[in-house]
Design a protein around this ligand. Structure first.
Ligand code: B16
Ligand code: MG
Length: 216
């Protein structure tokens, strides 16, 4: 089925760039320092989930005082920022630039909606700030993914109805949020993770726009 879509909203980490790996490395370092068991497999649950919610999952009921929780959040973010300091346009996932340019040609609005408070910095580093009509990040709304708020907020800024928006997401929390927002969900990754999406691709470079949108 080909749809009449007016906007594409992109998740950042895991869709536009593989900072998901840097989040993982930072959490692993923190967990090791704290003697908390953690693995790459556990990190899958952290995709699209806010920093605070990730820490709560990591702590798994361990009762840390708020001051200590804050210290852990700052430490994790420092590790992450050290890693993203080094990124450049070379870190854009294959096929993403081509896709963005193609969408622009069709006069489809483009947005980023990321749960990350570092999203603007990362987009700047990637050198793609100018391509997007609007950027929403971890500061934009209170209720993060899987709540639909971030995507609805983004559609509102674009002045486009949710039903005319597609969301490209790599996280199960993000697909849930897109569906709850009444948008078309395009999942990037394995079916176990993003299988609930309307469309699913293993990689962004496999997205075939003419299968999804009406191209005149
Ligand atoms: P920060 P996305 C999300 O970004 C990441 O997937 C998730 O792993 C991370 O915890 C979250 O951002 C918060 O990031 O600590 O930088 O605020 O996938 O929604 O672009
Ligand atoms: Mg993501």
């Amino acid at each position: 089925m080909q749809l009449n879509l007016a906007a594409f909203i992109f998740d950042l980490d895991g869709v536009i760039t593989d900072t998901a790996e840097y989040h993982y490395l930072s959490w692993q370092r923190l967990a090791d320092e704290e003697g908390i068991p953690f693995s790459r497999q556990d990190n899958e649950q952290f995709r699209g989930v806010s920093r605070r919610d990730c820490l709560e999952i990591l702590l798994a009921g361990r009762n840390y005082p708020e001051k200590r929780v804050q210290e852990l959040l700052v430490r994790k973010n420092n590790y992450y920022q050290d890693l993203i300091n080094e990124i450049s346009s070379a870190n854009i996932i294959a096929g993403v630039l081509k896709l963005l340019k193609e969408l622009k040609q069709y006069r489809i609005k483009l947005a980023v909606a990321s749960a990350s408070k570092n999203a603007r910095f990362v987009i700047k580093k990637l050198g793609i700030e100018e391509i997007f009509d609007t950027i929403s990040d971890g500061y934009s709304v209170k209720k993060t993914k899987p709540a639909p708020d971030l995507f609805l907020h983004t559609a509102e800024k674009l002045r486009i109805k949710p039903a005319a928006c597609a969301v490209v997401e790599d996280a199960s929390a993000g697909i849930e949020a897109a569906l709850a927002a009444g948008m078309i969900a395009i999942g990037i990754g394995p079916a176990e993770r993003v299988g609930k999406a309307h469309y699913r691709f293993d990689l962004p470079e496999e997205i075939n726009l003419s299968d999804i949108i009406k191209v005149n």
